[in-house]
Design a protein around this ligand. Structure first.
Ligand code: AP5
Ligand code: MG
Length: 214
């Protein structure tokens, strides 16, 4: 099962993608997480990506496409994967379709997690991420057991650099301008599925499994 998660920054793509990956035993491939791991490890890719991410801008397509095409070709992705944060532009979507077509393959579902802009700013200001394992919390909706500490690995929880309100506004503008056109793209290819992302997390997941099957 090959799945793409679409949705605005903070819509809950990562939260749902993790649950999908667990339930269906497929890898969760998040380009944002890949970039953040590269930033943390001080790689050349990380240094380049950070200059764009900190401004709320997209990393250029040429730094993303090969990385994802290579990742989905790895052994653990043979039975499928859930892509979170990719594609984000029409050229990225076309590059993915072309790379898969060469292998006689295609994406099965593009799930759009729909959340209005008004809800997004609140969600992002409450999000806390683990500096070590990347687990995500929300101060109100999913608080950690101990304030400021990751339940899973015990490391510190921080506000992501790009979750400051001015940067979130920029990311929303970039989303509407460059990523939202993918909704028409996948509607036209017949694989778009819409989910109401303003519901409780468990209800969003129930809607998704209703689409993907048990
Ligand atoms: P990325 O890491 O992908 O960030 P994003 O798309 O902006 O999305 P987020 O991770 O912020 O939100 P999410 O939808 O995963 O929501 P989450 O589940 O965490 O990308 C970061 C940057 O990397 C980009 O800006 C860009 O620069 C670069 N980049 C990445 N991919 C790229 C690409 N393909 N091309 C170019 N550049 C790229 O949820 C948010 C919060 O809400 C959490 O606190 C969560 O607990 C809470 N929450 C979730 N669901 C619910 C719910 N149902 N009810 C209440 N709260 C909820
Ligand atoms: Mg995410």
């Amino acid at each position: 099962m090959k799945i793409i998660m679409l949705g605005a920054p903070g819509a809950g793509k990562g939260t749902q993608a993790k649950k999908i990956a667990e339930k269906y035993s497929i890898p969760h491939i998040s380009t944002g997480d890949i970039f953040r791991a590269n930033i943390k490890n001080g790689t050349e890719l990380g240094k380049k990506a950070k200059t764009y991410m900190d401004q709320g801008l997209l990393v250029p397509d040429e730094l993303v496409v090969d990385l994802v095409v290579d990742r989905v070709g790895q052994d653990d992705a043979k039975n499928g994967y859930v892509l979170d944060g990719f594609p984000r532009t029409i050229p990225q979507a076309k590059a993915l379709d072309e790379a898969l077509a060469k292998l006689g393959d295609k994406v099965d579902y593009a799930i759009n997690v729909e959340v209005p802009d008004e809800n997004i700013i609140n969600r992002m200001s409450g999000r806390r991420a683990c500096v070590s394992c990347g687990a995500t919390y929300h101060l109100v909706h999913i608080p950690p057991k101990t304030e400021g500490i990751c339940d899973t690995c015990g490391a510190e929880l921080i506000l992501r650099d790009d979750d400051k309100p001015e940067t979130v506004k920029k990311r929303l503008d970039v989303y509407h301008d460059q990523t939202q056109p993918l909704i028409d793209y996948y509607t036209n290819s017949g694989i778009l599925k819409e989910v109401d992302g303003t519901q409780d997390m468990a209800d969003v997941f129930a809607a998704i499994t209703g689409i993907l099957g048990e």
